[in-house]
Design a protein around this ligand. Sequence first.
Ligand code: C2O
Ligand code: CU
Ligand code: CU
Length: 498
Amino acid sequence: MKKLLIGTGLILLLIVSGCSNSIGPINPSPNNEDRPNEQMKPSSNKKDNQMGMMGHGHDLPLASSAGKNELNIPPILKSDSETQSDVHYTIDAQIGQTEIFDGIQTKTLGYNSSFLGPVVKLKKGQTAHLTLKNSLDEETTFHWHGLIIDGEADGGPHTVIEPGEEKEITFDVKQDQATLWFHPHPEGKTAKQVFDGLAGLLYIEDELEDTYEYGKNDIPLIIQDRTFDDDKQLNYEAVKDPDGTMGETLLINGTVDPRLTVNKEKVRLRLLNGSNMRNYKIKLSNGEQFEQIDSDGGLLNEAVELTELQLTPSERAEIVIDFSQFETGEEIKLMMDDETVLLPFKIEEEKPTGKNTIEPVKNEVEITDEEKNMPVTKEINLSGMGHHVAINDKQYDKDRIDLTQKQGETEIWEIYNEPDMMGGMIHPFHIHDTQFKVISINGEKPPKNLQGYKDTISLDPDDRAKIAVKFEEKGIYMYHCHILEHEDNGMMGQIEVE
Ligand code: C2O
Ligand code: CU
Ligand code: CU
């Protein structure tokens, strides 16, 4: 009862603050934009994560990892053939069964395997030839999230591969090193196919030396939450939520109750939030600092020291934890801000050490004065909930092009998350075929870990961000909310780049 009263009070507060916003200045004053802001995203109570969910029924708790199983490390996909200049891969979307729980087979989907997928490695400067096979019993697409790629190969909802069919795509790899990922994108069916297991990692490598070693001290963490039924099966229709499906069971790289054995050395963790809708605020159990070195599209200008990091669906962050500062046998865990354990670490002296741990050379992502002063030429308004989500008051229509932009030209997009009667919720806004730069959030310079390349920007209710967007390739591309049920419900638009 007490909770309810507090809740009602907060909702009233939200409505009041919502109203005062609507009569206040709509645009943040531009001369704020250079104010240095070393903090994480400025947050008032109103913008608190949990608060933003109020009234949307989104508080399904996630069970802590008991650390019973050593983390599965996805294999690296073997090429069909590779030369300096060209690489060929085959990627096959399949139906399978996976022993997620001891002695029980769960029906799942996967790429080249029964669940999730291998890491696909591409090198900058190479031409990639991918044979894409659909061995499912329904249509699918192969989308390369974060990759700069022409519209025909991007794998949006208009490039369906029918069951039993295959298709080859060819493209040049032009990006610097980055941790990207791939997943299906068929119209209205993305959430279910990802839920059932279709998701894999895509690593771009460049001329910079790889200073960590995959699987030893360079570890991917695909973080997902799922609800299993009484028979330990994935039954999407039974648990789906039009505002984003949450699960009570944590999976990292498909492992339940994961733990990771590490050495007393620096370990690079490549985090991907591969969940349909859950946001994770991540910290270490002892409150120690860690470094973030990479955001969605590549290395940051410098390592950023953090004690907490928020990851919304589809976002990536690479963090480095220095385990040499901890004692062997000390209990360190990766956890959420509400103390849910994501990944307990087992610190060992004996595990063979990976290569050295010289920090990779940093990027130089710079926001030019020109970009800072350019007028906003695209406005994106995110609104609604459940089946009524919309972008600029419209829902996705495959026959409608919503925006156009010229190849190679930068434009400033302003994204606004319009609160609703319940206060609203976080929407992670994603654009295909680009790595954009965040110019400002609510008129202020973004925190340091958002000052690198991004393909998804998470907005709290009433947040307004300016981003500098450039497309290097041509074609028709999606932009959408990456809560997968919002995307499926039409919170998506199309831009044609000419
Ligand atoms: Cu992760 Cu439209 O994409
Ligand atoms: Cu994408
Ligand atoms: Cu959304």
